[in-house]
Design a protein around this ligand. Structure first.
Ligand SMILES: [Zn+2]
Length: 267
């Protein structure tokens, strides 16, 4: 079971492990917490700009999500359907029904029910900073950890991460492709996202499935951020995005670390 904040997050961080698990006959469940209403509209119109119709964006992103799930052979898609809270400090943080203002207990209760229904062996979500500080990612982390504690069902729990050793190279590629990716100042520390390599417990080679991951991201082409990944083309995409990395934060299997398989110890 992967718990994600927005339509498209399933493809970026976990597309490879989801499609790999499906290919191995493992049932996969995607829980998407928000409706993505703060995403880009058709033709790249930004939230808050004239012509951005959040309800239309929701409809479009729902279709994109279903297409992505088909590319990744996801067995079950569950939508919590909270309103996308937008980036930190946007007024949409406090809009009615926003995921960010929903009490953790309430949303975790719904996720707890889903965990009881599907009995996941492995659960994947974000770290406590939501990987990069987005309120909905932080909230997805909180409700997942609360539901894990309430059910005590998953044998293994993971947070997505990225190796810091590769962040510089990744930033370089994104800038070459025209992304608005900030060049770190030489005397500034790297932003606190990702982890030093030695803290990453789990490295999964998904190059065999990178084509499907690419197609899943392509399904979300209305979102500007994804277009930069697509500009890489499949070959560079496979090189840059072909390893998915995680931190194992709970484990009942005793599988030795580092490991290369989310299901090590369960097979
Ligand atoms: Zn997201």
């Amino acid at each position: 079971m992967a718990v994600h904040a927005h339509p498209d997050d399933e493809a970026t961080g976990t597309g490879g492990v989801l499609v790999k698990a499906a290919a191995e006959g493992i049932r996969t469940v995607l829980v998407t917490c928000t409706d993505g209403r703060c995403g880009d509209g058709p033709d790249g119109v930004k939230p808050g700009d004239p012509g951005h119709d959040p309800d239309k964006v929701v409809g479009l992103r729902r279709l994109e999500l279903e297409k992505s799930c088909a590319e990744l052979n996801i067995s079950h898609l569950e939508l919590l359907d909270y309103a996308d809270s937008g980036m930190m400090d946007w007024p949409t943080n406090d809009a009615p029904g926003s995921f960010w203002t929903t009490p953790v207990d309430e949303a975790a209760g719904r996720l707890t029910e889903l965990m009881r229904r599907y009995q996941p062996d492995v659960v994947v979500t974000y770290d406590e900073n939501g990987f990069y500080g987005h309120p909905d990612h932080i909230q997805a982390h909180r409700i997942t950890m609360a539901a894990v504690a309430a059910t005590n069902l998953p044998a293994k729990v993971y947070w997505t991460t990225a190796p810091r050793s590769r962040m510089a190279e990744f930033g370089e590629i994104m800038r070459e492709l025209g992304a608005d990716w900030e060049q770190p100042e030489p005397d500034q520390p790297m932003p606190e996202i990702g982890l030093p390599d030695e803290e990453i417990t789990t490295w999964v080679d998904i190059t065999e499935f990178a084509g499907q991951k690419f197609e899943a991201l392509a399904a979300h082409a209305s979102q500007n951020d994804n277009i930069f990944f697509l500009r890489m083309g499949k070959e560079m995409f496979t090189r840059v995005m072909g390893i998915e990395t995680f931190v194992r934060v709970q484990d009942r299997t005793g599988a030795p670390l580092p490991e290369h398989d989310l299901f090590a110890g369960l097979r």
